[in-house]
Design a protein around this ligand. Structure first.
Ligand code: ATP
Ligand code: MG
Length: 334
C-alpha cells in the first residue's frame, strides 16, 4: 500500500482503483464513499470473484484508518478451536502446547480494520463470542481472566445468503444485524454491461506488460463472445481467461474468439435479458460444483493435493475440473 495513493482524490471514472463504471458499480462507489470515514461495520456480499476483498482493501486504503493495520482472517480455513485462538489470542499455558503468549487478530488489527472473510462459515459458538466483541469492543484471550479494550472496525464478507442462514438458525440474527449495519452488495459481472470490456482490456494490458508483449488486442468476435458469456466466476474468471488467452495466442497479436475455448458456442446469454439457463439442471449443478471447488481451494490455501483429497477425487480429476471452470488454484495461495 502506498500512502500517496491513499491520499490522492479518487478518479471519477475509476474511483478507489476499482475498474468499472456501470450503473451498478457507480452505486457501489456511492456506498463506499458514505462509509469511508465512518466506523460502521460493513457486510460485503456478492457471488464469488465479484471483488469483495478488493473493496475491503479499498475501504482501508482510502479511509481514515489507512495508516493503521488491515488484517485478514478467513473464517472457513481453520478448525473451530484454532480459529478461536487466532481471533482472540491466548495466554501462555492456556492449553497444552500454548508455550507462549499469542496475539489474536483483533489485537493485531487494533485501531485498524479486521476483514473477516467467509463470515457465513463462522461456527455458532464463535458467533456468540464475536457478537460480544463487537458490542463491547473488548476481547479476552484464551486463558486470560481479563477483558481488554480494542478499537477495531470489522468488514465481513460472504458469498452465502446470510439472511437465509438466519432463517434456518445457522447464523445468529443479532450478529447478522450488527454486521449488516451497512451492507454493500457487489454485482455479478454479467450484470455490469460495458465493464466486461473495460476489465478485459485492463487485464490484457497488465498481462501483456508482464509477459513483455506489445500490441495485443481483442478481435471483435472475441469481444462479443466475452460480452455474451455469463461469468459464473465473475471478475476472477475473466482475469484467468485473459491470462490463458494470451498464452494461447503466442504467435499473434490478436486475441480471437478461439482463444476463449471455455465459452460455449451456443452461449447466447446477453446482459439485460433473463438467463437462458435458469432452471436448467446442468447449469445449476455446474454452479454448485464451481463454488464447492473454490470453497475447498480457499480452505486448503490453493494446495491442489489437499483439495483433491478433501473432495475425494484424484488430483488429475481436480486439475481437469479447475481447467473446465477457469479456476486458477494460485489465486488462493496465501
Ligand atoms: N472492479 C475490479 N477492478 C479490478 N479488478 C477486480 C475488480 N473486482 C475484482 N477484481 C479482481 O478479481 C479477482 C477477484 O476479486 P476478489 O478476490 O476481491 O473477489 P471476492 O469477491 O473476494 O471473491 P471470493 O468470494 O471468491 O473470495 C481479484 O484478482 C481482483 O483483483
Ligand atoms: Mg474473497
Amino acid at each position: 500500500m502506498t500512502t500517496n495513493k491513499a491520499i490522492s482524490r479518487p478518479e471519477p471514472d475509476n474511483p478507489y482503483a476499482l475498474i468499472g463504471s456501470s450503473p451498478l458499480m457507480k452505486q457501489v462507489y456511492r456506498l463506499i464513499s458514505k462509509v469511508l470515514h465512518s466506523d460502521a461495520n460493513i457486510l460485503l456480499t456478492g457471488e464469488t470473484g465479484t471483488g469483495k476483498e478488493l473493496v475491503a482493501r479499498a475501504i482501508h486504503e482510502y479511509g481514515h484508518r489507512r495508516t493503521q493495520p488491515f488484517v485478514v482472517q478467513n473464517c472457513a480455513s481453520l478448525p473451530d478451536g484454532l480459529l478461536e485462538s487466532e481471533l482472540f489470542g491466548y495466554k501462555k499455558g492456556a492449553f497444552t502446547g500454548a508455550d507462549r503468549h499469542h496475539q489474536g487478530m483483533f489485537d493485531a488489527a487494533n485501531n485498524g480494520i479486521l476483514f473477516l472473510d467467509e463470515i457465513g462459515d463462522l461456527p455458532l459458538t464463535l458467533q456468540a463470542k464475536l457478537l460480544r466483541v463487537l458490542q463491547e469492543q473488548e476481547v479476552r484471550p484464551l486463558g486470560d481472566t481479563q477483558y481488554h479494550k480494542i478499537n477495531v472496525r470489522v468488514i465481513a464478507a460472504t458469498h452465502r445468503n446470510l439472511e437465509a442462514m438466519v432463517a434456518l438458525g445457522e447464523f445468529r440474527s443479532d450478529l447478522y444485524y450488527r454486521l449488516a449495519h451497512f451492507p454493500i452488495e457487489l454485482p455479478a459481472l454479467r450484470d455490469r454491461g460495458d465493464d466486461i470490456q473495460k476489465l478485459a482490456v485492463s487485464f490484457l494490458d497488465e498481462s501483456a506488460r508482464r509477459e513483455g508483449r506489445t500490441g495485443l488486442h481483442l478481435s471483435a468476435a472475441a469481444e462479443k463472445a466475452l460480452q455474451s458469456y455469463d461469468f459464473p466466476g465473475n471478475v476472477r474468471e475473466l482475469k484467468s481467461m485473459i491470462e490463458r488467452a494470451i498464452l494461447l495466442a503466442d504467435d499473434t497479436e490478436i486475441i480471437e474468439r478461439s482463444h476463449f475455448p471455455n465459452i460455449p458456442e451456443t452461449n447466447t446469454f446477453s446482459v439485460g435479458s433473463a438467463s437462458p439457463h435458469g432452471g436448467v439442471l446442468k447449469e445449476l449443478v455446474d454452479r454448485f460444483e464451481r463454488q464447492l471447488l473454490i470453497d475447498s481451494l480457499k480452505k486448503y490455501r490453493g494446495n491442489q493435493q489437499n483439495t483433491a483429497d478433501a473432495l475425494g477425487v484424484a488430483r488429475r480429476t481436480l486439475l481437469y475440473k479447475l481447467s473446465k471452470y477457469n479456476i486458477n488454484s494460485r489465486d488462493w495461495r496465501g
